[in-house]
Ligand binder design. Sequence first.
Ligand code: ADP
Ligand code: MG
Length: 589
Amino acid sequence: MGVENKAELMARAETAPETLTDGFHLLIDALKLNGVETIYNVPGIPITDLGRYAQAQGLRVLSFRHEQHAGYAAAAAGFLTKKPGVCMTVSAPGFLNGLTALAHATTNCWPMILISGSSEREIVDLQRGDYEEMDQLAIARPHAKASYRILHAEDIGLGVARAVRASLSGRPGGVYLDVPGELLGQVMDAAEGQKSLIKVVEPNPAAFPGPDAVSRAVDVLKSAKKPLIIIGKGAAYAQCDDTVRDLVETLGFPYLPMSMAKGLLPDVHPLCASAARSLVLKEADCVFLIGARLNWLLSHGKGKAWGEPGTKNFVQIDIEPTEMDSNQGIAAPLIGDIESCATALLDAIGSDWQKPDESWTGAVREKVEGNVARMAPRLQNNNSPMDYHGALGVVKQVMADHPDTVLVNEGANALDMTRSIVDVHKPRKRLDVGTWGIMGVGMGNAIAAAVETGNQVLAIEGDSAFGFCGMEVETICRYDLPICIVIMNNNGIYRGDGENWSGGEDPSTTVFVKDARYDIMMTAFGGVGVHVTSPDELKQAIAEAFASGKPTLINAVIAEDAGKESGNIGNLNPSSVVAQARYPQAKKI
Ligand code: ADP
Ligand code: MG
């Protein structure tokens, strides 16, 4: 900006401020123009006023107690809405707190934009020691799909457009937008500013697979004797629920939903093979992945659970070309968006499709029915203190009676047991720890679910997982959100009965204060706190929370020795023969 121009603007600021705009308002206008309605925020220098002005300009700005949870909420909002969730933080420490969530969004392929205030380049680049000095852009880069910095008010429209498109296009991900404090105060002509804004047109265009790819996939699927579909959270994100259901039912293949794809087709669907997981993974001769990666969550498509090596053909739909062959050779890759790929397949297979032989689907169904029947009585127990089965039998019934409830879930045993026991009946009604298996996403997930859907939220939390995000109960109470939190309280991480192997007085590394009353945390902020010790009491407390819609925390006492080390993934803990010999106690875990 020329000196003369600057002087002219200063003069106009005195006489006609309404003809001017500034960095604050251009940023707000650019976000609104691109459909952003909500900001998940933690105020502080230099973005305190940005939050106030955004609220004044009609955006919903929710302030959290810690940036990590504001960020997790933004990431979950991206998954739920197919639009970038926006998180706003202060510089350096606030930015770093938010960065965990940005990396989480990128890892999960969800659209999110982290906007952080930062110090001025002149000081940061010469390392002169500014207030919260940090080269945030450089630090964000490896954790984001894209990272941008805006230096001039007239570039704000461009910066926001780049961020929105990068977050949504192709494989979605997290985008970092660096906003130096000085930018926000820059002033320019309002009409010029308005003209500089960009509304992104079609940020995530349809991507169609080629005809050869489609016919190759049909051939592979047709030749399968024991086919299996695995549906991932990419398919839930894609929001083409009817097309996916049509494809599964037309093919007539048994399917396994990944954790956050549960409910895309109801878990009680006759083709759902969740309760026969071991059988289908081992026996299938063809596995069709729809928006699911063959990563650690599927043991990379190999190992004991997957049966004899080399006996399976893989077909995979994914928007990201480089996902193919990342773990197993993909016989028929279908690269494109799920809706376009599924529609092309449905067209190609036509109406004379032969569903797989009853000898396969019947065997799977029989196994499912047997396992479900065997589990049923355990879910009816009314033991006190509770075990996971008794408590989750109640939650299973609640989700069946209230299928629009969003189920949030984290923990170790609390996660694994809930995932396998509690059916989800509708799409995008389960939010959990995602690809990384993060502890502490629960309250961010719950707040985003309540804000973005308006539905009742039920958060099933391990006591340990809750500890990472518990202060956000104040946020929940402040915004009076319809969130019912159930703490599965077994006094510790994994279990509450660990001992100090030195014989010393400190508690074991994995236990907490015995008989803690998490419910009292909730009443401190005006929410409802309930202490329950049996499934019947739990049922009653959830019913009251749902009826009132009030923020509620239920401290559900679980037996201290219920659960196991690391839940279902204890095998990921390293071990050594030396340690086994040195600590005989280790064998008992
Ligand atoms: P899960 O953990 O449920 O198995 P993943 O996160 O591993 O799911 O996989 C999701 C996959 O879905 C990613 O590889 C991502 O590229 C893909 N994906 C996301 N959105 C779409 C879309 N609209 N169309 C096609 N693939 C998508
Ligand atoms: Mg615990």
